[in-house]
Design a protein around this ligand. Structure first.
Ligand SMILES: [Zn+2]
Length: 291
């Protein structure tokens, strides 16, 4: 089935080249660009009416564009006061409820900070919190997957292993693997070879099975980093990320799902198209070899 799109590429946030503003315009432009996915960036706050959500959902269905939501940055499943925890819970729940109304199935979020506490202790708190929040959403009939993201700084919760374990332990939770973050997190330039990328995908398969590989949500971009990890996103042409090797590992492991591209202006749309074109070329090469 050559025409069946198994790995859907799109931008995180409206493609920078979108004429006009708003998510509906971004969906139409995504379609024109030949992309298949859009991650709605509700990263500051979620202020959208139910009517607008319905418009977004209708536009996405009309154009065959799948949607995910990037929830607000100010979420921390390890908040240190009841007041902050309540606000954090509400941000994630609101992103999920509104995202579901808008037709998004995957809700991506940054899980939070260790606050200097032992990672195992923080892990348990986050797991319990996710059991609670997924339970609330399930009771409301909000059918979404919460996707904690792998993070780019060692001081912040979000190793590959932590995110995979949460996904294995909590129903309704699956990973968002940000590959640039995993590369930056090491702080020393490692996690940037075919073998390391392939080993990570093998680990995904071990923990989440074939179903995990076939519904993987990913972020990709160039990235700058220091010994402490992520500094900022970079255009691909200024970054050291070996994205061709990364995508080759995706092809070889049969990864399916979505890839959201984060790149600074003016390279946002261009880098997304480059990732997609590179992936397709590697896929074609593999099909020619096996023909
Ligand atoms: Zn993110």
């Amino acid at each position: 089935m050559k025409n069946e799109v198994k790995l859907r590429f799109g931008t995180v946030g409206s493609p920078q080249t979108t004429p006009g503003s708003g998510t509906v315009a971004a969906i139409e432009h995504t379609k024109q660009l030949g992309l298949h996915h859009l991650e709605i960036a509700w990263v500051q706050s979620v202020r959208v009416s139910d009517a607008t959500c319905a418009d977004i959902k209708a536009a996405a269905e009309k154009h065959g564009i799948t949607l995910s939501v990037h929830a607000p940055y100010y979420i921390n499943l390890n908040s240190q006061t009841d007041e902050l925890m309540g606000k954090s819970d509400l941000r994630l729940l609101t992103a999920a409820r509104k995202g579901f109304l808008a037709g998004a199935r995957d809700i991506v979020f940054h899980p939070g900070s260790y606050h200097g506490q032992p990672p195992e202790q923080v892990y348990q708190r986050m797991r319990d919190k996710l059991i609670e929040l997924t339970g609330i959403l399930r009771d409301e009939g909000v059918d979404v997957i919460l996707r904690p993201e792998t993070m780019g700084k060692g001081a912040v919760f979000g190793t590959l292993e932590e995110v995979l374990q949460l996904s294995a332990e909590v129903e309704g939770v699956l990973p968002c693997i940000d590959w640039a973050h995993l590369h930056a997190r090491t702080g020393n330039g490692t996690f940037n070879t075919y073998d390391e990328f392939a080993a990570a995908l093998t680990r995904v398969r071990e923990v989440l099975g074939e179903a995990g590989i076939q519904s993987l949500h990913n972020h990709m971009s160039g990235i700058a980093y220091t010994a402490k990890g992520e500094k900022e996103h970079l255009p691909l042409n200024e970054a050291d990320l070996r994205y061709r090797d990364l995508l080759q590992a995706f092809v070889d492991h049969g990864v399916e799902g979505t890839v959201g591209i984060e790149a600074p202006e003016p390279f946002h749309t261009a880098d997304c198209l480059t990732f997609q074109a590179t992936y397709r070329r590697l896929l074609d090469l593999r099909e020619m070899e096996s023909a």
